[in-house]
Design a protein. Sequence first.
Length: 43
Amino acid sequence: MHYAFSDALWRELGANLFVGDHNGQFGSLGDNDNLYLTLRCAF
């Protein structure tokens, strides 16, 4: 999710969630899920 307060200030919120068969390509990464928040000011 991305929201721009102005041209110079924005925030972003997201998640990387890996699901699937534990032996598959993405299921084996199930313990590596994460959430992130970014606040950026450009000048």
